[in-house]
Design a protein around this ligand. Structure first.
Ligand SMILES: NC(=O)c1ccc[n+]([C@@H]2O[C@H](COP(=O)([O-])OP(=O)(O)OC[C@H]3O[C@@H](n4cnc5c(N)ncnc54)[C@H](OP(=O)(O)O)[C@@H]3O)[C@@H](O)[C@H]2O)c1
Length: 301
């Protein structure tokens, strides 16, 4: 299968590309900087694309059967006005441009798997949330709603659409786990901001597994959550991480540390949490390779 991936140079995109190659697929990667991307991953066929400025070139879609849309400015940063604009437009305008390019093709791919995030649900405490739950409030929820909305018109063009609402992808190379590892390795980790908030995590192999399953399975359409079936509290996650590293994880980390690192607005979001369950994902038949946190962390570390 020939698969076109936006954001193929990112943390998830790299793992997805490796998994596609491992099963004999071809990968077309769209990047703002194909030279840099090629140096990091020469097996991908790179094509230049500025998501907020233009539609991807029609030639990039030649022979493409599936598209995975991962591109987006990182949300883990200080939310200045400029950063907020980049976070929103890289997803809203980027996805709109991608969909319009697909609509304009003579031969369209069969499926668009468009990334989304559990930020959709907002900060919801202990409430159990699934794909049918209503959207939350706040900038991150607003961005995710716009991101999903921008993908929807592709269905009217006869392309199957799967929206993958992804939780915290556990990968030691970056993201949530990449942030936590340095202090935990020094024995300076512990529950964050009280530790009662839920962390809806997913092992990187299951994130990639769900993207591949969504590409391959004709019966899968609409929204599916990519989160492990047992979300953990931050306190439990800290304990399991300390155990996996053979380090105590007893130093409580006050919430303001997040404000110092990311500014108050993203700091507040990072202190919050949501308890997300992959109800539809499991009903539609996806089987998790790493459903348990202790095993998942042991495997990754
Ligand atoms: N990692 C997680 O835990 C997680 C959880 C939920 C959702 N997600 C979402 O999944 C997607 C992939 O995640 P990731 O962790 O792989 O992200 P990542 O490592 O930050 O990679 C995202 C890619 O998007 C492109 N990009 C970055 N800033 C951009 C901008 N301003 N405009 C247009 N393109 C831009 C970059 O590609 P080029 O530089 O090559 O153009 C980059 O490689 C993101 O949209 C992210 O929000 C991730």
């Amino acid at each position: 299968m020939k698969v076109l991936v936006t954001g193929a140079s990112g943390m998830i995109g790299r793992s997805l590309s490796d998994a596609l190659f491992a099963r004999g697929d071809e990968v077309i990667g769209l990047s703002r900087d194909p030279g840099r991307a090629r140096a990091a991953n020469p097996r991908v066929e790179w094509v230049r694309w500025e998501p907020t400025l233009e539609r991807p070139p029609a030639a990039a879609f030649a022979g493409v059967e599936g598209v995975v849309n991962l591109a987006g400015e990182s949300i883990a940063q200080r939310w200045s006005a400029d950063a907020k604009r980049r976070i929103l437009e890289s997803r809203r305008t980027g996805t709109r441009n991608l969909v319009q390019a697909i609509e304009g093709l003579e031969r369209r791919p069969a499926v668009l798997v468009s990334q989304s995030a559990i930020g959709f649900y907002g900060n919801r405490g202990e409430e159990a949330l699934d794909e049918g739950s209503a959207a939350g409030t706040g900038f991150d929820s607003e961005v995710v709603r716009e991101w999903e909305q921008a993908a929807r018109p592709v269905e009217s063009a006869g392309v199957r659409l799967v929206i993958v609402r992804t939780g915290h992808v556990l990968d030691p190379r970056g993201g949530f786990l990449g942030e936590l590892l340095p202090p935990f390795r020094l024995g300076l980790g512990g529950p964050l901001a009280g530790g009662a908030q839920y962390v809806s995590w997913i092992h990187r192999d299951d994130e990639v597994g769900i993207l591949l399953w969504a590409l391959d399975t004709d019966a899968v359409t609409g929204v599916v959550n990519a989160t492990a079936p047992e979300p953990a509290t931050n306190r439990e996650l800290s304990k399991q991480l300390g155990r996996a590293l053979g380090r105590p994880a007893v130093v409580p980390v006050p919430g303001f540390v997040l404000d110092l690192r990311f500014g108050p607005e993203f700091g507040r979001v990072a202190r919050g949490g949501q308890r997300v369950l992959p109800r539809r994902t499991q009903e539609l038949g996806y089987r998790f390779a790493h459903p348990r946190l202790d095993e998942a962390l042991g495997d990754l570390l």
